[in-house]
Ligand binder design. Structure first.
Ligand code: ADP
Ligand code: ADP
Length: 228
């Protein structure tokens, strides 16, 4: 099986007076060292699909599998990075934020967790800020912390939901480049959501283009590195 299989997935939201189909019968596979991008306009269902891959939503129809096994709940094999700058714990430092899931989820002892977390703090060039509280950092630095925290768990796949959308244009481009440099080291698998064509072409090697109509796939581009 592929690392991630999204197999004819439909997801609906139910409110007190209506049912909203966020995506309908969407299928795609993500493998090995893919930087797979879900691209489409706001409201086309990208975040919903990503949350389901994260295990936070259950498909109404179809199946999502990791290494052939159906996803039942969130797991440390699928770490998520969000758009919001407030995904970090404000009463913890940079290093403590990165360490936290290693201690809680991977049950590493403090010293092991600290060493591994520090490796990843260095990878995102924040060693000088390891002991700073995250509220003192810029938006781009906060997103670096979130990326380090996700990566240090060494998940099967890193799920990124518009991680750079709230950054100014220059910082956004720097972060895209940094992400590619990080990826070049270990070729980890990325599933990345964006509404920006420019960002999709920059970040992705495969792009699934979704239409504003839920579940309508316009195109899949498979060899972006050669196209761009
Ligand atoms: P995108 O990430 O592409 O902007 P979303 O997955 O956020 O799209 O949203 C897809 C559709 O589902 C939209 O019509 C949106 O309004 C709706 N939706 C998203 N979240 C909820 C929710 N919690 N409750 C009801 N409808 C929602
Ligand atoms: P789009 O969502 O229209 O595809 P991109 O994210 O690809 O936009 O950005 C294209 C260019 O538009 C950026 O390089 C930047 O110069 C400018 N831009 C877009 N959004 C913003 C923003 N929120 N703040 C500043 N510049 C922006």
């Amino acid at each position: 099986p592929r690392l991630l299989e999204v197999d004819s997935v439909t997801l609906r939201y139910r409110t007190s007076d209506s049912v909203i189909t966020a995506t309908s019968k969407v299928s795609f596979d993500v493998d090995g060292s893919d930087r797979f991008v879900l691209l489409g306009p706001s409201g086309c269902g990208k975040s919903t699909i990503l949350k389901a891959v994260g295990g936070y939503l259950t498909p109404d129809e179809g199946q999502i599998r990791i290494k052939g096994a159906e996803i039942k709940r969130p797991g440390a094999d699928r770490m998520m990075v969000f758009q919001e700058f407030d995904q970090l714990l404000p009463w913890k430092t940079v290093l403590e934020n990165v360490m936290f899931p290693l201690v809680v989820t991977h049950k590493l002892n403090k010293n092991e967790a600290r060493d591994r977390a520090m490796d990843y703090v260095r990878k995102v060039h924040l060693e000088a800020f390891a002991d700073s509280y995250t509220h003192t950092l810029s938006g781009g630095m906060k997103q670096r912390v979130a990326i380090a925290r996700g990566m240090c768990m060494e998940p099967d796949i890193l799920l990124m939901d518009e991680p750079f959308a709230a950054l100014d244009a220059l910082t956004r481009q720097q972060m895209q480049d940094e992400l590619l440099q990080l990826w070049a080291d270990t070729k980890f698998t990325i599933l990345f959501v964006t509404h920006s064509i420019a960002e999709a072409i920059r970040v992705g090697n495969r792009i699934l283009l979704l239409s504003p109509h839920p579940g309508e796939v316009k195109a899949e581009v498979s060899d972006v590195d050669r196209v761009s």
